[in-house]
Every structure is written in structure tokens, then in C-alpha cells.
Design a protein around this ligand. Structure first.
Ligand code: IPM
Ligand code: MN
Length: 353
């Protein structure tokens, strides 16, 4: 029987639906070529639905989505909705409830893509950030007291338990081994200030590394220094593992070094459950419906989804097709400057697959 995967799509807001359309086009081409089937089912979660119905996410959504093999997401965020509501109510809620405890974010400069890093090329910028995706200040622990008074207190607490740390580290060690490049895993933290949390991370990191991954070289960088080296010597990095908030910040820095939001892709991964793949960029409302936004990030995360589903050959084909397009076709990655429309870029990649 033909291999079949059921994919839930959440096109979402702004330019999300446009880029998801192109991603699907490429995924269908890969499925036809490599002999598997994709059944897509669409969910209308996002700002439009919220404004129309007053409901951010139906309570049944996580259960329903759990039945799929994967989730393919465009973008969440609407200019008429106060910041935080959709992000927390949809994106973060799904990450948490589906226990997608890894946020995998490759930082790879494709050929032909301009980087703001002087004298650096594709041979220098090729590493992966494993961002922990369930803990840290994202748990919502904390609160406000005496609001509105001069004594107002606001607390948002960095929270980690050993289980969260260990499962993230294990994924990172395994990933580094499987990647089989420089076999180096760097822990990015702040042991000089956040002495409780990073004492836990550092101990767990070395204990696990020493006992179970002697073939993987371990390095440690403070987060501030990590930012410096990501700019000055990105070739030092192979795999970086870090906490949720630091991972959020350094992957935007990483994204800009690989050409920006038009290209940066990521996966919210539950190694034992359902994962969700999304471009790192937002909904870019000002470009909505203009057919000028760059769909490559969405296409690239479609490739990551295929890899995750075990369709390795198809995933490689998608990445090679993207690289061919960046190397030989696109003038620029920015919306409106590519030399092609959104749908034409989708066609170019699909043809090459
Ligand atoms: C990201 C985003 C989200 C995050 C926001 C939109 C909640 O910045 O995916 O990096 O902080 O994780
Ligand atoms: Mn972010």
C-alpha cells in the first residue's frame, strides 16, 4: 500500500495562506515523485476566526490535531488583535498541549542568498539550534501585585525541571550524532547570573554527555557571547542547545544571518507525538494578498516535515530544489524583490522537485 500521511494545515493569518499554498504545491510534487500520499485537512484557526467568533482556539483542537501525522502552519498574528492573545492562545497553547518540547531551527545559508555577515558564505553558516519549547518564562509562572500603584510588582519566572532539561538534552545529543557533521553540541546559557537554572542545565548536560555520548564534543557559551560568535564565527557551531527564551532570541539573530524571515524554517517537535512545522517569520499583514511574499521559509519547513515523517529522499529533494532556486533564480529574498511572484517561486521549486 502507498504510504499515506494525514496533514492538518493551519494557514492562519496575513500571508500565511499564500505561503502554505506554495508549500503544499511543493509537498504534492514531492509526494508524486517519491510515491507517497498526503491528505490535507484545513483548520481556520487565527485572527480572522477570533474576530468573527470570539473564540481563540476551540477546546477540542488539541485532541483533534493529535490524530494527524503532522501539522503544517502558516502564520498566526493579526493587526486588529492585541499582541499576546493569538500567540498565547493558539501557537503557544498548541506547543504546550501537544507537548512539542523541541523547537528545531536550522540556521543555514543557502547559495546565492545574501547574508549581512561580512566575508561569510554557505560554508560558514550551517548549524542547528535546538530550542527547548515548553519551559522557561513561557510557562506563565509569576503574576502581578498592587497593580497600578507605585509599588506594582511584576514577576515572570524562569522555570525548568530536570525532566524537561533531560529530554531536551537527549534530543540534542541524538540529533548531533545523527547529523554527523562536527559532532559538537554547544550549551548556550548564563551560568554566571542565572545560577539555579543553568546549574541544572550544565550538570545535566555533562552528566548525560559523559555517560552516554562520549563521541559528542561538549562546549558551553554564555548567551551574550553566543550572539557575538554567531556573528563573528558562525562556523564554530554545529548544534546549539538552549532554553526557550534564549532560543527565541538567538534564532532571530540566526535567521537574519541566513537571509531573514523569507527563508528561516522551524519545527515544533514532539518526538513521540504530533509535530508542527512553521516558518519563523510572522504574518506580514502589509503584504497580504499581493502575491509578493517569499514562500521559501514555508516550503523549507515542509521539507523538514517530510524529513520528520521519514521521507528522507523527498526532504532532500525539496532542500536541493530550494538551493537551486536561490542560487540561480531569485534576485533577493525580500517581498517584492525576488524577481518572481509568490506563486512563481512555488512553481520553480515544485518543478525542480
Ligand atoms: C517564535 C515566536 C513566538 C515565540 C511568539 C509568536 C509567541 O516569536 O516562534 O519564535 O516567542 O516563541
Ligand atoms: Mn521568535
Amino acid at each position: 500500500m502507498e504510504r499515506t500521511y494525514n496533514i492538518a494545515t493551519i494557514p492562519g493569518d496575513g500571508t500565511g495562506p499564500e505561503v502554505v499554498r506554495e508549500g503544499r504545491k511543493v509537498l504534492e510534487a514531492a509526494a508524486a515523485k517519491y510515491g507517497f500520499r498526503l491528505n490535507f485537512e484545513e483548520f481556520d484557526f487565527g485572527g480572522e476566526r477570533y474576530l468573527r467568533t470570539g473564540e481563540v482556539l476551540p477546546d477540542s483542537a488539541p485532541e483533534e490535531l493529535r490524530k494527524f501525522d503532522s501539522i503544517y502552519l502558516g502564520a498566526i498574528g493579526h493587526p486588529d488583535v492585541k499582541p499576546g492573545i493569538l500567540e498565547k492562545g493558539i501557537l503557544l497553547r498548541l506547543r504546550f498541549e501537544l507537548d512539542q518540547y523541541i523547537n528545531l531551527r536550522p540556521v543555514k545559508l543557502y547559495p546565492g542568498v545574501a547574508t549581512p555577515l561580512k566575508d561569510k558564505g554557505p560554508e560558514h553558516i550551517d548549524y542547528v539550534v535546538v530550542r527547548e519549547n515548553t519551559g522557561d518564562v513561557y510557562t506563565g509562572s509569576g503574576g502581578v501585585n498592587m497593580k497600578g500603584s507605585p509599588h506594582e510588582v511584576a514577576m515572570q519566572i524562569m522555570v525548568y525541571n530536570r525532566t524537561q532539561v533531560d529530554r531536551c538534552l537527549r534530543y540534542a545529543f541524538e540529533y548531533t550524532r545523527k547529523r554527523n557533521k562536527r559532532k559538537t553540541l554547544a550549551l548556550c546559557g548564563k551560568t554566571n547570573v542565572l545560577t539555579y537554572v543553568f546549574d541544572l542545565w550544565e550538570r545535566a548536560f555533562h552528566e548525560m554527555g559523559q555517560a552516554e555520548y562520549p563521541d559528542i564534543k561538549r562546549e558551553y557559551y554564555h548567551v551574550d557571547a553566543t550572539c557575538m560568535w554567531m556573528v563573528k564565527n558562525p562556523e564554530w557551531f554545529d548544534v546549539i542547545v538552549t532554553t526557550n527564551m534564549f532560543g527565541d532570541i538567538i534564532t532571530d539573530l540566526g535567521a537574519i544571518t541566513q537571509g531573514g524571515m523569507g527563508i528561516a524554517a522551524g519545527g515544533n517537535i514532539n518526538p513521540h507525538g504530533v509535530s508542527m512545522f512553521e516558518p519563523i517569520g510572522g504574518s506580514a499583514p502589509k503584504y497580504t494578498g499581493m502575491n509578493i511574499i517569499n514562500p521559501l521559509a514555508a516550503i523549507a519547513c515542509g521539507g523538514m516535515m517530510l524529513e520528520h515523517l521519514g521521507e528522507t529522499e523527498a526532504a532532500t529533494a525539496v532542500e536541493n530544489a530550494i538551493m537551486d532556486v536561490t542560487a540561480h533564480r531569485l534576485k533577493d529574498l525580500a517581498a517584492g524583490k525576488m524577481g518572481y511572484s509568490t506563486s512563481e517561486v512555488g512553481d520553480l521549486v515544485a518543478e525542480r522537485v
